[in-house]
Structures are given as structure tokens and as C-alpha cells.
Write a protein that binds this ligand. Structure first.
Ligand code: THG
Length: 285
């Protein structure tokens, strides 16, 4: 199963047989006051800086979310996509809760985008999937529906199946659907990571789909967040995660992804690990 996304000049292939595809999460005003303020003022300089920095630190794809309350999200998303293109050519993941904004983003994007996201709610499926089809994009499907996020992995698999069926019904092939089985906060449910791993395995083994996770969700409210996120990333990759959403500018996260690829046999001669290490730490340490 290969999910292919593209910019005008670059192609990224997401597959179990390949290294993890890193989706850079930093262009998102949630929990980032400075970015939210810049977006409100129409200043897109910070977005360009975040784009360049993340690609330099190993992001293969950039998530673009400009959701600030009260903002004209369709217009700002379109502008953000245009200014990011001026500084990097990596493919984009267009992230909005508003179908109108997704449409404006897709119309402004040159290539095959990844749309973040649809879920199992009837209304969402009806609004978002036709857009994905119309623009020939790929889409992330969250395993939640009108009843919320199921605790049990078996139910998350059912929702993934329902999203897959709905996608195929409008002509979106299975390879253009990436499932997000949802990383929850482990500080409020000590078994939640285990349920996410089980979801990853079920969806991988029964549906064969590529899968993403917002990795940092796992560690909210805890000390040692980055090491927790890193270990979670590795275990999730072992169970079917292929394109994590992370902050690659945190070296510990990039390092976790590199080491995970190495241990899962995706880094022949350890070339990637060694070359990134040399670039990052040019002098002996
Ligand atoms: N699944 C999918 N998409 C997602 C998520 C997911 N998009 C949003 C989110 N979850 C992943 N992206 C982010 C973006 C920003 C932050 C976290 C996850 C963030 N982090 C710091 C924090 O934790 O407080 C902010 C502080 C900072 O670094 O400045 O803001 O699960 N499909």
C-alpha cells in the first residue's frame, strides 16, 4: 500500500516498506500564542520561518493549520499555502475543521495534497470526501464518529472500515486514505497507548492502510514529554504507524524517528542515521 503525495516538484511515498514520513506539526496556532497573534495580524513571516526550519530538521511533509477563532480561515489558509511554497517545495498536509477552508486550500495548492481530516461522522464524510475526490487528494480519516472517540480498538477499526467504504463509494482509492487511530492522553488513562497500538495493528492487518498519529497527544500533562513521545513513536511504528505528525525541530523527536527506522530495517548501512548525525554535529563530541 503506497500513499503518494506531491507538490509541483516533489513526491513523497508513504509505505510500510519505507522509512517513516515525518509530517511537521509546527504550523498550527493551537497552544502557540505568538503564531496565533501573527496570523491575526496577517503576518505570514513566522509561517515561512517555521516551514524552512522544519524542512531543514527533516520534515518530509508540512501540516498547515491556521485555525484562529474569528479569522477568515479560507483566505488565510490559501495565503499560507502560497507563502510556504516560496520557501520550500515539500508536499503539504492541509489541516482545517472547516470544509470551506479545505476547499480554498486545495484550490490554491499545486500538486496532490494530504487533507487533514475527515472522520466517521455522516456530515463530515458528506462534506469532505467529495472535495478530496474532486481535487485528487489523499485524506486522513480519524477513527471517531458522532458518538465521539471509542475507547476500544475494535470499534476504531469499524470506523476506519466505514470511512474506507465511504471513500471508495465516491471513487477515492484505499491508498489515498491514511487512518489516524488517535493518540490520547496517557495521564488520564494508563492503558490508552495499548489501545492505540492494538488499533494500529488491527487497521494494518485487516485493511492494510497507512496510518498517522499526532504523537505528542500521548504525553500532555506529564514530565519528560519528549522521551515519552519518542518511545511512543517507536512502539507505534512497530505496530503500523507510517507517517507520524511530530515536531522535527526537537532533536529528540527526529532522533527517535531515525533510530526507529534503523531498528525496523529501513536504513541500509545506517546511512541515514550517520549522515544526519554528521550534518547535525559536524565536530566530534
Ligand atoms: N491527528 C491529526 N492531526 C492533528 C493531531 C492529531 N493535528 C493537530 C495535532 N493533533 C498535532 N499537531 C500539534 C500542533 C501543535 C502542538 C501539538 C500538536 C503544540 N504543542 C506544544 C504543546 O504541547 O503545548 C505547544 C508549545 C510549543 O511548542 O510552542 O502546540 O492527533 N490527524
Amino acid at each position: 500500500m503506497e500513499t503518494i503525495i506531491r507538490s509541483a516538484t516533489q513526491t513523497v511515498v508513504i509505505s510500510r516498506d519505507r522509512p517513516l514520513v515525518i509530517i511537521g506539526e509546527r504550523i498550527n496556532p493551537t497552544g502557540r500564542k505568538k503564531l496565533a497573534a501573527a496570523l491575526e495580524q496577517g503576518n505570514l513571516k513566522l509561517i515561512q520561518e517555521e516551514a524552512s526550519k522544519q524542512v531543514k530538521e527533516g520534515a518530509h511533509v508540512l501540516d498547515i493549520n491556521v485555525g484562529v477563532p474569528g479569522i477568515d480561515e479560507a483566505r488565510v489558509l490559501k495565503e499560507a499555502i502560497q507563502v510556504v511554497r516560496q520557501v520550500t517545495q515539500v508536499p503539504l498536509c492541509i489541516d482545517s475543521a472547516l470544509p470551506k477552508a479545505l476547499e480554498a486550500g486545495l484550490a490554491a495548492y499545486e500538486g496532490k495534497a494530504l487533507v487533514n481530516s475527515v472522520n466517521g461522522e455522516e456530515r463530515k464524510l458528506k462534506e469532505v470526501l467529495p472535495l478530496v475526490k474532486q481535487y485528487g487528494a489523499a485524506v486522513i480519516g480519524l477513527t471517531m464518529d458522532d458518538a465521539g472517540i471509542p475507547t476500544k480498538a475494535e470499534r476504531r477499526l469499524q470506523i476506519a472500515e466505514a470511512i474506507l467504504n465511504a471513500a471508495q463509494k465516491v471513487g477515492i482509492p484505499a491508498e489515498d486514505l491514511v487512518i489516524d487511530p488517535l493518540a490520547m492522553t496517557i495521564s488520564t488513562d494508563h492503558k490508552t497507548a495499548m489501545e492505540t497500538f492494538k488499533s494500529l495493528r488491527l487497521i494494518r492487518d485487516k485493511l492494510g492502510l497507512n496510518q498517522t498519529l499526532g504523537v505528542s497527544n500521548i504525553s500532555f500533562g506529564l514530565p519528560e514529554r519528549h522521551p515519552i513521545n519518542g518511545a511512543f513513536l517507536a512502539l507505534a511504528a512497530m505496530n503500523g504507524l507510517t507517517c507520524p505528525i511530530v515536531d522535527p525541530t526537537i532533536w529528540e523527536m527526529r532522533r527517535a524517528a531515525l533510530i526507529t527506522d534503523l531498528l525496523l530495517g529501513k536504513d541500509e548501512y545506517c546511512m541515514n542515521l550517520i549522515s544526519v548525525f554528521r550534518e547535525k554535529f559536524p565536530s566530534p563530541r
